[in-house]
Design a protein around this ligand. Structure first.
Ligand SMILES: [Zn+2]
Length: 471
């Protein structure tokens, strides 16, 4: 090595060492200020209170969803952002109708009432309800073990439970949600007349959990009604079937589908001071299921995302990139909001460098998952020590979230907040997903973690565009 080259390298090492120490100290202090602001003077919990208790459930196409659009737009306007606007979309409108009713009949006149709810998107039963014998199966693949001759004319009861020994409950959910999503479509192929699905819940209780389902391209006249039964109800029905295999199940629901209606994604932006045409977004979905108030799913993610922009403004941080909060409409039964946002971003050639979603409940943050390449993941990992004082957040590889998924290309880094998952499915899509189920500090810690990550991405950029954007 030549002497000059050695000196250059030496100078570089000294400089970069000094640079990184200075940067880390500055980063630590900024993150401390973000957490202080979130925990001492946070706004997310008050917003969630209004969203849950003043507005309530926000199923796409409902009055609640419309009011939530107005409310969040007004609140974002109060923050003094550079821009706040509504992005129009058409959303499906499905309604549950009057409360469902179900019972198990073990002998004529001997019945026990069960707690059920229609699955989102299900057709109604006949006006007088539907009564038939039941065949219990352990998932879709189990249907073929019974065959058409045993299933024809019966109600199929999907009773595969969530696998309790999986530590991440989302994995357990992923392992049996196909029963809910395509169970009716598959059972109809064997001549079933209806479907009852065990609720996606690890706890034993009396609450049925709804969620989306599809009929695929099944012709309308062959679509069969589908409902969820509570976990206690599933246990009871299964036990009763062992004693009396020819018992009958009755259920009545009167859901309807209406033509699509106009709705909106709600968007707010702080325009970047250095790269106004490069975007970082943070968001959750504003719609919810109709049984509870959607406080965890995904009111929490919405108010945390709004809080990110508020916190950055409150600490007087001037972002280099444009930072947007996006409250997506219609994640639960259509994903129209996420798709439209990505479509418009592409049409306007807006370069998105980082997208963060919070849609896993308002519980204690444990970390973030990243959908990105090696180089960007290595950069993210180098930030992990900054989060040691804040519950030692872990940074892992994994998906970002449903709403930001359509943005995926080879440039944007996608990420999802990963809160503790153990209690999430106690509430998910059920009537107890209400404000009281969310803890103020846990919610605020999540918002602070998200704001801190957004700050780091804004400051350091992403690897692919960093070389071009560094000034
Ligand atoms: Zn959700």
């Amino acid at each position: 090595m030549k002497k000059t080259a050695f000196l250059l390298l030496f100078t570089f090492l000294i400089t970069s060492e000094g640079f990184s120490q200075k940067v880390n100290k500055e980063d630590s202090l900024t993150i401390r200020r973000i957490y202080d602001m979130a925990l001492l003077d946070g706004k997310s919990y008050d917003w969630l209170d209004d969203l849950s208790n003043q507005i309530g459930s926000r199923l796409s196409g409902s009055i609640g969803a419309e009011r939530a659009v107005e409310f969040t737009k007004e609140e974002l306007e109060k923050l003094g952002l550079d821009k706040v606007w509504l992005q129009p979309i058409l959303v499906p409108k499905w309604t549950r109708g009057i409360a469902e009713y179900a019972f198990i009949e073990t002998a004529p006149g001997i019945t026990s009432i069960q707690d059920i709810c229609a699955l989102g998107g299900s057709v109604s039963t006949p006006v007088v309800g539907l009564k038939a014998e039941v065949i219990e199966v352990q998932g879709i693949e189990d249907l073929k073990n019974y065959g058409r001759e045993r299933i024809n004319g019966k109600i199929v009861f999907y009773n595969r439970p969530m696998q309790a020994n999986l530590i991440n409950t989302f994995s357990a959910y992923g392992g049996c949600v196909d029963q809910r999503y395509t169970g009716a479509m598959e059972a109809a192929k064997y001549g079933a007349v209806g479907v009852v699905v065990r609720s996606m819940n690890l706890r034993r209780d009396d609450l049925p959990h709804t969620g989306s389902m599809t009929y695929g391209d099944t012709p309308v006249h062959l679509r069969i009604p589908a409902c969820a039964i509570s976990t206690n109800g599933a246990f009871y029905l299964s036990s009763a079937l062992h004693l009396k295999p020819d018992l009958k199940f009755y259920f009545k629901q009167n859901c309807r589908v209406f033509p699509d209606v106009r709705s909106y994604n709600v968007i707010g932006e702080i325009t970047g001071s250095v790269f106004p045409d490069k975007y970082i977004i943070v968001g959750g979905h504003l719609d919810s299921w109709d049984l509870g108030d959607g406080s965890h799913d995904d009111g929490a993610g919405c108010v945390q995302s709004m809080e990110v922009l508020r916190l950055l403004k409150k600490i007087n941080y001037k972002p280099r990139h444009s930072i947007r909060v996006v409250l997506f409409m219609n994640e639960e039964n259509g994903l129209r909001g996420g798709k439209e946002y990505a479509k418009q971003a592409k049409r306007k050639q807006e370069e998105h460098i980082f997208a963060l979603e919070s849609d896993a409940g308002g519980f204690t943050p444990r970390g973030f998952s990243f959908d990105t390449d090696e180089a960007n993941f290595a950069q993210v990992k180098s930030w992990e020590p900054l989060f040691e004082p804040y519950l030692r957040l872990y940074f892992t590889r994994g998906g970002g979230g449903a709403d930001i998924g359509p943005l995926k290309d080879n440039k944007v880094v996608l990420a999802g907040l990963r809160p503790d998952t153990q209690r999430y499915f106690d509430y998910h899509h059920a009537s107890n997903d209400t404000f009281d189920a969310v803890n103020k500090r846990e919610l605020e810690l999540g918002g602070a973690a998200m704001a801190s990550l957004i700050y780091l991405f804004d400051k350091y950029g992403v690897i692919t565009s960093f070389q071009n954007t560094k000034k």
